[in-house]
Design a protein around this ligand. Structure first.
Ligand code: FAD
Ligand code: SAM
Length: 488
């Protein structure tokens, strides 16, 4: 389990980790080291120029100096790749304040931007978007070996940067380096200030051709490498392998919460998006609700739903900054169903289970606090979810679809999809083609199963809302969730 990182300055004023007894970057300049060792060693920015996508993997995100230097170089490069995907592993993430306080002077603006988007320090995968989603930072807040097993990308360039191997052998152990190197592709490159022979041997045994070149500052040498395995054994396709050809167009069938989100992301990735919906307006299905509650779904074992929902909540918070007026994310109280549930939640906090929740993310709240806050006294205490709240779902989805300025075909039910000559064509009930594209996303709720032709079993489940009179909720202000929810 991760814990937050500790940082201070050493006697020469350089960012220093008391836990690892090592400095975060070269004393000759962190920004300069990033440019020389990591960008320079990997042949950047030239290597990404003209490409539609370039993927960098970093082991040890630290202060984000390397990432911020890459971000700046990408922004300044007129021939930059269309999309930059930067994946980084960090087991001891620093606080947003520390990122700003200890950043290189050259990177103050970028560090402020990162700090503003920095997630609450909870374990798992977090995604942060920059420049309309053209730059995606994916952070694995996890122990490196564990993160390596979950990585879902193949990289073009690799930045190993995990403190000195003498001080922190875990970040350079052969098992880890080989596991990360398994995500290399023909022609991938790596670069690091580390020249330890064991480390270079691990890179070589993983298929890298490595060399020593002139180092940065007082270090006479550094290591660069190129993935060129002697024996290219056939391996099964991995989920993170890139398709041979990235589609340029996509049909998004269904314009609810799911379809709007998919359309926005694919549009940001440069695809021509056509949206089709059976309703006469976007968000005409389950997403037609006026307000919905948005919060993480905690569990004692940090299960998939908890990890997904908290990661989703952080992304939602960031996304909704671009849609002022569509949400109120200033905390949400979740009342316990009964005393048993309340006791279970209290036990989580006593034992730090599944991890110590940052107070700004999740804490216990008693009935008195809730009464003062919301003007009503709940039967039981419960959880206070920081940064959670309510979202005006229908109006937000419609605004999201409108802002895309892509073709939206409404009042049109897709009866079937057919693939011919590399194109998916959607047909209506009369067999008339509606639209075609190279790929298709099914976000048509339960009808997705039928349209896909796959044996997916989806049930329709009726959701119910009751509209209460103003008198019935007199004195109540805000929102509360629990076995059901109430929004005023
Ligand atoms: C009463 C109620 C309250 C809820 N409250 C909350 C809440 O507080 N918080 C929360 O997180 N979630 C809540 N939910 C759940 C949430 O609303 C849904 O999970 C979400 O809206 C689903 O979005 P979707 O895009 O998958 O589906 P939908 O919004 O149903 O979108 C599917 C779209 O596909 C279209 N479509 C279907 N078939 C076809 C076809 N063949 N061709 C073309 N178009 C087609 C439909 O017209 C529809 O627009 C609630 C749901 C209900 C019903
Ligand atoms: C030298 S610093 C990285 C500096 C960083 N690349 C930058 O640009 O600022 C090394 C980082 O590795 C992280 N780290 C150390 N051991 C780790 C482990 N076992 N798993 C994951 N991260 C670890 C540390 O918390 C630290 O932030």
């Amino acid at each position: 389990m991760i814990s937050s990182g500790k940082i201070q300055r050493d006697n020469r004023g350089c960012p220093y980790s008391p836990e690892f007894s090592d400095i975060y970057a070269s004393r000759d300049g962190a920004y300069q080291q990033a440019r020389f060792v990591f960008l320079g060693g990997c042949g950047l920015p030239e290597r990404w120029q003209g490409k539609d996508q370039f993927v960098i993997l970093e082991n040890g995100f630290g202060l984000g100096t390397n990432f911020l230097t890459v971000l700046r170089a990408w922004r300044e490069d007129s021939q930059r790749c269309e999309r930059l995907l930067y994946t980084a592993i960090e087991g001891f993430p620093l606080s947003a304040q520390d990122l700003e306080r200890y950043c290189s002077v050259e990177l103050k603006t970028e560090a402020k931007e990162l700090a503003e988007k920095w997630p609450v320090l909870t374990p798992g995968v977090h995604q942060i978007f920059f420049d309309e989603g053209k730059v995606v930072l994916t952070l694995y807040f996890s122990e490196a070996l564990q993160a390596a097993k979950q990585l879902a990308c193949s990289f073009d360039a690799f930045f190993p940067d995990g403190f000195s191997p003498k001080k922190n052998p875990a970040m350079w152990q052969p098992k880890l380096l080989k596991s990360l190197a398994a995500h290399a592709r023909e022609g991938s490159v790596l670069s690091t200030w580390c020249v330890a022979s064991d480390v270079r041997r691990s890179f070589m045994e993983s298929g890298f051709d490595v060399q020593k070149t002139v180092g940065f500052g007082h270090k006479s040498q550094m290591t660069v490498g190129r993935y060129a395995p002697r024996f290219s054994h056939r391996r099964a396709a991995l989920p993170f392998d890139r398709p041979k050809r990235v589609p340029r167009s996509v049909l998004v069938i269904g314009a609810g919460l799911a379809g709007a989100a998919a359309a926005e992301r694919l549009h940001a990735r440069g695809l021509n998006v056509t949206i089709i919906d059976a309703s006469f307006v976007p968000a005409g299905g389950a997403s037609a609700i006026r307000w919905g509650v948005a919060h993480a779904q905690p569990s004692a074992d940090d299960n998939f739903l908890f990890r997904l929902s908290r990661s989703g909540l952080f992304m939602l918070q960031d996304t909704l900054k671009r849609y002022p007026g569509y949400s109120e994310l200033n905390g949400l109280f979740q009342m316990a169903r009964d005393e048993e549930e309340l006791a279970r939640w209290q036990h989580w906090f006593e034992c730090g289970k599944p991890f110590h929740f940052p107070r700004t993310f999740l804490r216990l709240a008693d009935t008195e606090e809730v009464r003062e806050r919301l003007g009503y006294q709940p039967r039981f205490g419960g959880l206070m979810h920081g940064g959670a709240g309510i979202v005006s779902i229908a109006t937000w989805v419609r605004e999201r679809v409108n802002r895309l300025r892509t073709p939206v075909i409404l009042n049109m039910r897709v009866d079937r999809l057919e693939r011919q000559n590399g194109l998916w064509t959607a047909f209506d009930a009369f067999g008339v083609p509606i639209a075609s594209a190279e790929s298709a996303v099914l976000s048509a709720a339960h009808d997705s199963a039928r349209l896909s032709g796959l044996p997916i079993s989806l049930d329709q489940w009726k959701g119910r809302l009751t509209l209460l009179s103003r008198e019935a909720t007199a004195g109540f202000e805000g929102a509360v969730t629990g076995p059901g929810y109430l929004i005023h």
